[in-house]
Design a protein around this ligand. Structure first.
Ligand code: CAA
Length: 273
């Protein structure tokens, strides 16, 4: 297999994915006012993900209605997600892996899939992962891409990629290290062991652990609390918090001043000098 690929016509970002595209991606999208719920929807395959899933997530992100402020990511059936569809390694489930021979083409290919995850960090939205059952590999990384993880007490996280000869490449290594530290991240990835809900909470991998039957109501309560916050203040605060780990104290102080000036202008209706 080579990396020479025919450029396919790109779907228009302004129009969201249609029902057929979502079905092929194994996704469902429900928008209710300011809350969008993205459901991984291949329960018979434990919500295993294909390239179409990751591209579908990216399409949802780029066409999200403007008024949406909370995005909930959840899984249908017994598990959040069993990660990559293993059928793709044997040529099934829409697989066409780049073989890496053309580094630039492979880089573009993976970047396109990562776009399915990165939009969940946008300051204008708060993303909440509602996790239950297994969250393996790409599924674990999807939970890590969200701002808040609410997990059921039956959750089982596992970073399986290295055990399959791969690396976690769906944006998960940064949040994992930021949350648990390099050494714990290394231990989790290189043993591919399963982290149960209690340990996940201890490690900071979950903001809330709740009984399975109250997962949806807890998520709804958190979404309502988020929506009660001024949208401009919420976006500015998320920008600040996301920038904090990479900033020096001086840089972060400057960022706080900058964001607060924006808030003050909105508060007092002042024009930019
Ligand atoms: N890909 C394709 N099919 C999968 C799947 C996967 N990742 N995980 C589960 N399925 C299928 C099973 O083959 C099974 O199909 P049949 O009914 O046709 O036999 C069905 O889903 C139900 O699965 P199980 O009977 O195994 O369900 P379970 O509840 O007993 O176990 C499980 C669930 C622990 C998730 C187990 O299915 C499992 O270990 N799956 C594989 C997980 C895995 O290794 N994923 C790869 C992660 S690495 C990654 O994700 C890389 C990346 O992003 C780049």
């Amino acid at each position: 297999m080579t990396d020479a690929r025919v450029e396919e016509p790109r779907p228009d970002p302004a129009t969201g994915p249609g029902e057929a595209e979502l079905a092929e991606a194994g996704l469902r999208l429900d928008v209710d006012g300011a809350i969008a719920t993205v459901t991984l929807n291949r329960p018979e395959r434990r919500n295993a993900m294909t390239f179409a899933t990751w591209r579908g997530l990216a399409r949802i992100g780029e066409s999200l209605p403007e008024g949406v402020r909370v995005v909930v990511v959840r899984g249908e059936g017994p598990s959040f997600s069993a990660g990559i569809d293993l059928g793709m390694f044997s040529g099934g489930a829409g697989s066409a892996f780049p073989d890496g021979s053309d580094a630039a083409a492979s880089d573009r290919f993976i970047a396109e899939l990562q776009a399915g995850y990165t939009w969940l960090r946008r300051p204008e939205i708060v993303s909440i992962a509602a996790v239950h059952g297994h969250a393996i590999g790409g599924g674990f990384q999807l939970a890590l891409a969200c701002d808040i993880r609410v997990i059921a007490d039956d959750t089982r996280f596992c970073m399986k990629e290295p055990a399959l000869g791969l690396v976690p490449d769906l944006t998960g290594t940064k949040p994992l290290v930021e949350i648990v530290g390099v050494n714990r991240a290394l231990e989790l990835c290189l043993t591919a062991r399963t982290v149960l809900a209690d340990e996940a909470a201890r490690l900071g991998l979950a903001e809330h652990v709740v009984p399975r039957e109250t997962l949806d109501t807890t998520v709804a309560e958190i979404a309502a609390a988020v929506l009660a916050v001024n949208p401009g203040a919420a976006a500015a605060t998320k920008r600040l918090l996301l920038a904090a780990p990479g900033n020096t104290l001086d840089e972060q102080c400057a960022a706080e001043r900058h964001e607060q000036i924006g808030r003050l202008r909105e508060f007092f209706g002042a024009a930019k000098a």
